[in-house]
Structures are given as C-alpha cells and as structure tokens.
Design a protein around this ligand. Structure first.
Ligand SMILES: *[C@@H]1O[C@H](CO)[C@@H](O)[C@H](O)[C@H]1NC(C)=O
Length: 249
C-alpha cells in the first residue's frame, strides 16, 4: 500500500473511532465503585412493578464482570399496586437501572449488548429492556423470558400496536449473547435490530421513538406474565459483558 492509501485509512479509522462512545463499559460489574458509576438498584420508579416480586438491593450481587440477580420466595410482604390492581408479593428479587438515560439523536442511536443466563421456568420473568422516562411508550424488550421455554423480542408503538418475535430458547443453562441496535431512521421512528448469539433474529420499528429518553433496566420479575406459581427454590439471572455504545453525534 502506498503512503497516501495508508494515511487515508488511518484517518477513516480515527473518525470512525471518535463516532462511537462507550456509555457503559464491560467493567461495570467489576466493583462497587464501577457499579455505582453506571447503575442504581431497583426500578427507576421504585421496588414494585407488574409481577409477584418486590425488588431489593440485597438480591443483587456482582463480581468479576458479572451481575447475579436472585429471586427468593418470601411471605408477609404487603401487596404491590399496579394499574389499579393489587398484586400479591411472593418473592424478593433484584433489578438494576442505568443512571444514564438513552435518547436516539439525529443520525445516531445505540448498541446494547451482553451475555445472559436466564431461566424459562414457569413463573420466572427475567428481562433486559428499555422503557420511557416520560409517559409511555417507547418500550423495547431487548430480551425477555416469560416462563414458556422461549425468548421474546418486542417493540411497542402503543399497548395494542406492537411488534413481537418469540424464539425457542433451547439451552437456558448456558449464557447467550444478546445485542440490540437502536438507530434513527427519519427523525421520527427508530429501527431496532435484535441479535442472539451473533445472528440477526428480527428487525422492528419503534414509531415516534426518536428523541424520547429511555431507561435501561435489567430485572428478574416473577409470576405476572410468566404464570404462577413460580418456583419455591431460588432463581438466578446472570449478566456479564454488559456494554452500551452510543452512535449519537
Ligand atoms: C410502529 O410504527 C412504525 C412507524 O409508523 C411502523 O413502521 C411500524 O410498522 C409500527 N409497528 C406496528 C406493529 O404496526
């Protein structure tokens, strides 16, 4: 290669590298200090949501780049309230939420990726998802497991207009890599590409997701959409090599 070719290649590499920023590095589960820089405990709105588990800081452990969320059966908890309904709390479990909010900007977007060991047993409902900071939607379920032996990938335009893809999840005892590419299309909608174990599974479109801030949540909810009763023994949900890259300008 002649000198000019090498030089322009170097320039291209440099401009490419500067366009991508690491928002959450793969080391965020290495220590309490690293964790605290990027994550908070529980849901952004508190300890309860739409299932039979109440989130509790004590159910979250991390070390050597891996987070472990554990759901344990409990009694004596007061009910949760969701959508005007009372929900019986049968578990304490773990949830973590990114401190950063994610807003797709013009010509930009994000890659969310990690390796997950998640159960598909009845009554267990692990998830890796994005949801609106103000109002709702946007919601993108980058991976969720609803106790049916499958993994689900969903994008909600409204509560009744959604794209979804359910895929068989053959080896829940092993880690599987998940990646979700979220990109601006037209300064109104965003494209969402879902990958599992390195292969593109489905592409969906989030209508009017552009410019709307989203929370990133990793949680082990129980029962609810996964059926009940859930297991009486402890349930583990593990995540490693979690990374968020920004392509926003
Ligand atoms: C959501 O809205 C986008 C933009 O209008 C559209 O392309 C997509 O098909 C919609 N999704 C569903 C499930 O209708």
């Amino acid at each position: 290669m002649h000198l000019l070719g090498a030089y322009s290649l170097l320039l291209a590499a440099a401009s490419c590298a500067s366009a991508v920023r690491t928002i959450i590095p793969k080391t965020s589960f290495d220590s309490q200090a690293n964790f605290d820089a990027d994550w908070a405990y529980n849901y952004p709105w508190g300890t309860d949501h739409n299932g039979g588990a109440r989130m509790d800081k004590g159910q979250v452990k991390f070390s050597n780049g891996m987070a472990t969320l554990t759901a344990k059966k409990v009694t004596g908890q007061k009910d949760a309230t969701h959508g005007g309904k009372q929900i019986k709390i049968n578990y304490l479990s773990g949830a973590i939420s990114a401190k950063e909010h994610f807003t797709v900007a013009r010509g930009g977007g994000y890659d969310f990726s990690g390796e997950f060991k998640a159960t598909t047993a009845k009554g267990t409902w692990p998830a890796f998802w994005l949801t609106a900071v103000e109002g709702w939607p946007p919601e993108i379920d980058m991976a969720e497991w609803k106790g049916s032996g499958k993994i689900s990938f969903n994008t909600f335009n409204t509560s009744s207009v959604l794209s979804w893809k359910d895929v068989n999840y053959a080896t829940p005892d092993q880690f599987h890599s998940i990646k979700c590419e979220v990109r601006d299309i037209n300064q109104r909608d965003v494209s969402v590409k879902f990958y599992m174990d390195g292969s593109l599974v489905t592409t969906q479109v989030g209508g009017n997701f552009f410019g709307k801030a989203m929370y990133l949540i990793i949680n082990l909810q129980m029962e609810g959409s996964s059926g009940s009763p859930g297991p009486s023994s402890d349930t583990l949900y593990q995540v490693r090599n979690l990374e968020v890259l920004s392509y926003n300008p």
